[in-house]
Design a protein around this ligand. Sequence first.
Ligand SMILES: NC(=O)c1ccc[n+]([C@@H]2O[C@H](COP(=O)([O-])OP(=O)(O)OC[C@H]3O[C@@H](n4cnc5c(N)ncnc54)[C@H](OP(=O)(O)O)[C@@H]3O)[C@@H](O)[C@H]2O)c1
Length: 311
Amino acid sequence: MRVLVLGVGVLGSYLAHSLLKAGNDVTVLARGKRYEQLSDDGLAIKHYFQKKTTVDRINVISELKKDDIYDLIFVVMKYNQLPSALLTIANNLSENIILIGNNANPKRTEADIQKLSKSKKKIGFGFQTSAGIREDSGQVISIHGKGNITFGDSNGDLSLEETVKKAFGTHYKVTIEKDIEAWLLTHYVFILPMNSLLYINDFNAKKISKSNVSLNKMVEATNEGLEVLKENGVDIIPRSLGKLISDYKKLYFLLMKIYFKLPMNKFVSGGFDEIVALYNDFKKLKNNANINIYNWDNLEKEALNKHQKSK
Ligand SMILES: NC(=O)c1ccc[n+]([C@@H]2O[C@H](COP(=O)([O-])OP(=O)(O)OC[C@H]3O[C@@H](n4cnc5c(N)ncnc54)[C@H](OP(=O)(O)O)[C@@H]3O)[C@@H](O)[C@H]2O)c1
């Protein structure tokens, strides 16, 4: 299959590697320094758990022409960066577009692309279970298991399902989610308090693991965020996560305490701009819900104040 990965950072690099491994004809689109690194040195990934490094020679482009057609285009970037890529996606005549990563409003993203596009597109959303950092050299340290994306189509029409599954082959798990919008909203409500706490504490996860007060605030904030979603008629998906917070708060607290102790937490990307964009989109849901979310508001305020001062 002819596949393009647009955005070759931490997640896009591992995604491109996985698609290559599955036998696809993969091209990556990168800009600036990243374009130079990939053209000169290839796609270098240190696989953290697997204790191995791979370097793939890969087709690299810096511009997408209108008639450069791919069977699938994966767009893998931070939520705040998406607007910068919408025209590129819309102007190209490829039909199948999959957006990977956090997204607070998949319906709006889809509508924006369709509105700008000259041709009708099939648009799906997904989330890849991996993490990591990109070193100055361009090498990505990727933390991943066997390889897995949760994928769905915002209209609940899973017409892209077969194409996506075919592209990944058998080495990589594609989990189909019927209500990907609810899944993505639930996900970002979980990560906002977590990432805010990390940011406030200069990404010192060990320090957080030792502070029961901070961890408690984070758990309460997450619970409040989920209440906002529910007030807006959004299902909490996966349901097990919702249950974990509503019925087993203490267990979630303990899991987070252990999670922040894990050595892999030193490989957490340091940016906060995406979180700011996600908080901005949460405002509307918050106003609609009109409930008291004291812990959420305090955590948000502290993190955004710090971010403002850093500018
Ligand atoms: N990193 C993690 O550990 C992790 C874990 C879980 C989830 N996620 C989520 O996964 C998503 C992707 O994150 P990431 O960490 O892979 O981001 P990233 O490392 O910052 O990579 C994004 C890439 O997209 C490129 N890009 C942005 N706008 C572009 C444009 N208009 N044209 C061409 N390239 C463009 C960036 O270029 P430059 O190199 O020039 O900036 C960068 O290489 C996010 O939603 C993130 O929250 C990340």
